[in-house]
Write a protein that binds this ligand. Structure first.
Ligand SMILES: Cc1ncc(C[n+]2csc(CCOP(=O)(O)OP(=O)(O)O)c2C)c(N)n1
Ligand SMILES: [Mg+2]
Length: 562
């Protein structure tokens, strides 16, 4: 119960800061270590989602950061709660998503005795976060929480961990709220823009790559207008496909794992590469083989909101420290050359992309995941949100689904399994009016599948497509490549995922042939419940273009001749 003497508990001050900063959703697993903060939510209009595991809560918060560009918030208890949250923190780090994790902490007078579940959060999360701190004085909550929001969202966004000693949260203080935070825009300078103009005018074969965070619908639209005016080909980097309309005439494709070889060749042959927002990390750079490190042969322009990323791996010819939101607006001021020499090449690039993604490949087995994905392409509205985690199954989703709009993709660029289900729960919680479809492998799904219970609890009719090949397929593929026929620890004995869904109170159906998918999907939709469609796929279908046996035989032949 709130007092009326002008004082508030630390917990109340904390929750009031979240209100002040415009937080609408919080994800948590409760703990006795932050009861006073939990209690303060009772009187405030913030939606709380209680989860089944802190990894789910943290991934949901990261997904909110990814979708909205504003810090996603999660609350977890000390020790095991905090360490359970670490996947989400790591994802926020690598995916540059703004997020704040509030963690309970032992009372101040017990610190440094290794009290119950005590951890040194600065030491544990220091290298994974942008900032890890503990609030010792309730009167400083407004200051430090304001800093947490700014730190998480500014420059290259990322995670912040704030530890809350239990007794601090019950202290009473008289202190004012901080004003709402605003992420700081980083604008390109006039000389940056004119130098870019000159480079574009001098180019013969330019290409633009989009990635990273700090985008918006308006920024994505501005880049599309720029692309149109310059007739320049644009590719999106690993799991950032939603930044550009896949059917835009300038779209050259998705630069992810196993991309269109023609796209790779085009980037290698380009004389100007303009990377906006991303880091071009190990996956999109094809293990750092696409551009030379540190000096790309192509003229390389790197636009990034974090100054520390510029020159970190690649030495740019032109480094522009700007957020994509601001940079995209500045693109409106650029003038295309009178004659665009690369126009025809762009048309070819888009045709190559369409050809690569149009028709599902033929694969062994009765369920063709490519056909399932292309079926959904025509079924789902353009604003449907597609979620996935990590595993070979995702290769079909990234290749054959065509993302048309900003904010329709939730996927871990850091390849963390278990991402899809919690991300889907968060997306549906934020956007109940939009359809949310999650793809998960059999391995991926059971890492965080218990959050299906959260979907049931909050009546969130997400549709989860579990692609069951009875194995950690990606690792089996690598195993057959490196150690053919020596299968260790990659086979999985799975439950009946459709029955799992029903046991939780959701809708479940098993799909054994491609033809069974459409009616199962329609029934899932019609049920109005969270749903799992259990796809029994053939383990031989290891990628859209390779079979397990094919990979094994190829590597056996290699071993035999070496
Ligand atoms: C949290 C986590 N643990 C382990 C890995 C290593 N890993 C990458 S893919 C993969 C197997 C994925 O299996 P599944 O979800 O069934 O998809 P499949 O490859 O079979 O399609 C593993 C274990 C990872 N990326 N993330
Ligand atoms: Mg699998």
């Amino acid at each position: 119960m709130r007092a009326n003497d002008g004082t508030r508990t630390g917990g109340e001050v904390l929750v009031d800061q979240l209100v002040a900063h415009g937080v609408g959703h919080v994800f948590c697993v409760p703990g006795e270590s932050y009861l006073a903060a939990l209690d303060a939510f009772h009187d405030r209009n913030i939606a709380i989602t209680v989860c089944r595991h802190e990894s789910g809560a943290a991934i949901m918060a990261e997904a909110v950061g990814k979708l909205t560009g504003r810090p996603g918030i999660c609350f977890v208890t000390r020790g095991p709660g905090a360490t359970n949250a670490s996947p989400g923190i790591h994802i926020a780090r690598q995916d540059s998503s703004p997020m704040i994790v509030f963690v309970g902490q032992v009372a101040r007078e017990m610190r440094d005795r290794e009290a119950f579940q005590e951890l040194d959060y600065g030491a544990v999360f220091g290298t994974m976060t942008k900032w890890a701190a503990e609030i010792d004085d309730a009167a400083r909550i407004p200051e430090l929480v304001s800093r947490a929001f700014h730190t998480a969202a500014n420059g290259r966004p990322g995670p912040v961990v704030i530890a809350l000693p239990e007794d601090m949260l019950t202290d009473r203080v008289a202190v004012g709220d901080a004003p709402a935070f605003e992420a700081i825009e980083t604008w390109p300078g006039l000389t940056d823009v004119s130098r870019l103009q000159k480079l574009l005018w001098a180019a013969e074969r330019p290409i633009v790559l989009l990635g990273g965070s700090r985008w918006s619908e308006a920024a994505s639209a501005a880049v599309m207008r720029f692309a149109e005016r310059f007739a320049v080909p644009v590719a999106t980097t690993f799991r950032r496909g939603h930044l550009f309309d896949a059917l835009h005439p300038c779209y050259a494709g998705d630069l992810g794992i196993g991309p269109n070889p023609k796209l790779l060749a085009r980037i290698k042959a380009a004389d100007l590469v303009v990377l906006i927002g991303g880091r071009l990390g190990e996956m999109p750079s094809q293990s750092y083989t696409l551009l030379d490190v540190p000096s790309p042969r192509q003229t390389f322009v790197h636009v990034h909101p974090g100054a520390e990323e510029l020159g970190k791996v690649y030495r740019p010819h032109l480094a522009i420290n700007a957020a994509p939101t601001a940079f995209a607006a500045a693109l409106e001021g650029l003038q295309p050359p009178a004659e665009i020499r690369w126009r025809d090449g762009t048309a070819v690039a888009h045709a190559d992309h369409l050809a690569w993604t149009e028709q599902p490949t033929t694969v062994p087995g009765a369920v063709n995941l490519g056909e399932v994905v292309t079926f959904l392409r025509h079924q789902l509205a353009a604003d449907a949100i597609i979620c996935n985690g990590a595993g070979n199954y995702a290769g079909w989703v990234h290749r054959f689904h065509r993302l048309r709009r900003f904010g329709t993709q939730l996927a871990p660029t850091c390849g963390s399994m278990g991402y899809g289900v919690p991300a889907a729960v968060a997306a549906k919680r934020l956007h109940p009016e939009r359809e949310v479809v999650c793809f998960a492998g059999d391995g991926c799904f059971l890492m965080t599948g218990q959050e299906f219970a959260t979907a049931v609890q909050y009546e969130l009719p997400i549709i989860v497509i579990v692609v069951d090949n009875g194995m950690y397929g990606t690792i089996r593929m690598h195993q057959e490549r490196e150690y053919p026929e020596r299968v260790v620890a990659t086979a999985l004995t799975n439950p009946d995922f459709a029955a799992y869904a029903r046991a939780f109170g959701g809708f479940g159906a098993t799909v054994r042939t491609t033809a069974e998918f459409a009616p199962a999907f329609a029934a899932a939709r019609a049920s109005g419940k969270p749903a799992i469609l259990h796809l029994a796929v053939d383990p031989e279908a290891i990628t859209p273009t390779a079979t397990l046996t094919g990979i094994r035989e190829k590597s056996l032949a290699r071993v035999g001749t070496s």
